[in-house]
Design a protein around this ligand. Sequence first.
Ligand code: GRG
Length: 296
Amino acid sequence: MSDTITKTFIQENTVLLNDYLKRHLPEDIANEQLSSAMQYSVLAGGKRLRPLLLLAMVKTFGGSINESTLKVAASLELLHTYSLIHDDLPAMDDDDLRRGIPTNHKKYGEAVAILAGDGLLTLSFEWLATAGLNTNTTVKLTRDLAQAAGAAGMVAGQVSDILGENKQLTFKQLKQLHRQKTGALIKYTALATNDIVNPEVDNQKLLIQFAESFGLAFQIYDDLEDVVGTQQALGKAVRKDANEHKNTYPGLRGVPQTILDLKKCVQYCHQALSKLEKNHVSTELLQGFLNYFQLD
Ligand code: GRG
């Protein structure tokens, strides 16, 4: 049941988000190459997981999906896309393909790709500032997004990842890296929802717990898919040598333990949702998001 509700929600809101992004990404900035490069990566698709999760959380707590909340959600996608463009650069992961097409720097060259990322990062904050929410909420959202994306969040995780590439990280360090690199933006979906809809304090904490576990599960799942196909993971048929990937769960923990780690994270998500249900919050929509982690 939750699966159908969530699938419909995702289908409908992906259309809304894509349409919003297409209509509002600037076409008239001074340099045509720059606007083209910014549009190229944002409109290349992607799951839109972070903005969808944010909108689903807002809806769960009785908020509406309107021009303001769509703009807040879309601003998060801009920021996420900037991080992918920069992550793909030769100085970082040096990737050729992203979202099924050549990476931004492969298409536009390194300098324009860096600047397209910079443009998206700053535009993200402009959209947040002009989303039409009240001043107090806007200030809180700005603070939360800056903290999640910046030197205490995603940027810190990226640095640890790059500097730790040829080192054996401890499990604690790896968890922290994942929490910052991937988890912080996903946690922001809960913080932003709390800023916008202001649920009871107890429920705010549970929503954050859900998002933190979701973020870790998301990264672990991505790591697992990288090493083994998901179906193969269940059959434990290893495609690549897991030890090649030092800064990943499978690299450090091995595939069987990583599958257990993932299950544990998903279980924590369910626990947070069950507690919300006890507090009379209907969580079917959020439960459906957990089906992303196909375990069995
Ligand atoms: C450059 C400061 C800076 C940070 C980059 C997000 C990130 C930090 C690096 C991405 C590395 C990576 C591939 C991590 C695995 C999990 C992940 C974040 C995947 C990409 O996100 P998806 O799967 O992508 O949501 P789509 O394209 O669907 O939006």
